[in-house]
Design a protein around this ligand. Structure first.
Ligand code: GLU
Length: 382
């Protein structure tokens, strides 16, 4: 058997929940586990990231996809999660698999300690031969602290466990150059850079939270983590292997040759940034030579962040040049910025070299790093 590696598969709500009756689609789950069994025999561990909790719980709370508001969906997720997992458990047993539930949210990816801890748990489950089933902990997460869609959540899981392959299964066979219902829409079999397609893919699916836009963001995150990604239709026999073996069409997003360490990838490829700094272009030009960001380099600061949060670093022309982990809180930085002539130790009350972002915690951003989340700018000291 060749070396064992990991594959993350994201399952859209419309595959696991019948859109009219909002009940589990056992036939799909059966085909899925049969394929997971096949992958296991090839030495490939599968991690499922499955949507469907909200869809399956809606009836219990007396709602439909059209009527449900935020708190209805949070309650529906609590009702639907055991139904979803019970269905998977039942089918998994037919193939001799045990399953496990892993509920995550934004902080589990953005906080490095929690990121590593979650990774250990998922790896331990894989060692035990269990199929981890990941979803967002929808019932308890508010807007600001949630990922919001399982496309990007699954991409972060792929990054976390160094997956070689990431497959997004939904009800569409891949990416088109415009809305697939529009006349003349062309299928795109392979995408190296998602940026030119972002505008053309606005809109979202009827049952789930994502749409093609979040799928492209997810594909980009995974590409940057060195993971090959496929987007394809899931409602077929062998839904995963038929795509990765090229027996059915899908859009493939080949991994970028990143050569970055896990730490650098964690800094650069994120779902959320806590704030931003602006420095002079001449300073930014030196980042490739391991120059840290010094206190005196900062032209403006935006956002409320704490020590250890990751920031965008722009030059004065508004180009993002790096991402890095701050050694100071935003309050401390503002105090330092408005009092440039006073000693940092006097101002802060502790000893510091005044390095705002150390070079080992700074990653130079290239044009392929897309900026998903640009906080508003503010002046230094504001
Ligand atoms: N977490 C949601 C659920 O289980 C789905 C989110 C999504 O579709 O992206 O229903």
């Amino acid at each position: 058997m060749s070396e064992v590696h990991n594959l993350v598969v994201k399952i859209g709500s419309s595959l696991v929940a019948n859109p009219d009756r909002l009940t589990p689609r056992y036939g799909f789950m059966q085909r899925l586990f049969e394929d997971i069994d096949r992958l296991r025999q090839r030495g490939i561990n599968v991690i499922l990231c499955s949507s469907g909790a909200v869809a399956l719980g809606l009836r219990t709370v007396g709602e439909t996809p059209d009527t449900a508001g935020v708190s209805d969906k949070q309650a529906a997720a609590a009702c639907g999660m055991p139904l979803l997992l019970n269905a998977y458990r039942h089918i998994g047993h037919e193939f001799g698999f045990e399953i496990a539930q892993v509920l995550l949210t934004l902080g589990d990816f953005e906080d490095h300690r929690r990121f590593l801890n979650t990774r250990n748990t998922v790896n331990r489950l894989l060692d035990a031969g269990v199929v981890p089933i990941v979803n967002e902990n929808d019932s308890i997460t508010t807007e600001e602290i949630r990922v919001g869609d399982n496309d990007r959540l699954a991409a972060k899981v792929a990054q976390m466990i160094d997956a070689r392959t990431f497959v997004i299964l939904s009800e569409i066979d891949g990416l088109y150059d415009r809305h697939p219902d529009e006349e003349g829409a062309q299928f795109i079999p392979e995408v190296t850079d998602v940026a030119p397609f972002m505008e053309a893919t606005k809109g979202k699916s009827a049952l789930g939270s994502g749409g093609m836009t979040t799928k492209l963001m997810a594909a980009n995150l995974a590409q940057e983590a060195g993971t090959d990604t496929y987007i394809g239709h899931g409602d077929f026999d062998n839904p995963i292997t038929s795509l990765i073996d090229g027996e059915r069409r899908s859009t493939r997003f080949p991994a970028h040759d990143v050569g970055a360490s896990g730490w650098e990838r964690w800094i650069a490829n994120r779902l959320q940034m806590a704030g931003s700094l602006v420095v002079d272009s001449s300073v930014a030009d030196e980042f490739v030579n391991d120059r840290p960001v010094m206190r005196s380099d900062i032209r403006s600061i935006d956002g409320d962040f704490t020590r250890g949060d990751v920031l965008h670093i722009y030059d004065e022309n508004g180009n993002e040049r790096a991402r890095g982990l701050s050694d100071f809180t935003s309050e401390e930085l503002r105090v330092l910025a408005v009092n440039p002539h006073l000693n940092a130790e006097q101002l802060l009350g502790y000893r510091t070299k005044g390095e705002v972002v150390r070079s080992k915690n700074l990653v130079v951003v290239e044009s392929r790093h897309l900026t998903w989340d640009v906080p508003q700018r503010a002046e230094a000291g504001s």
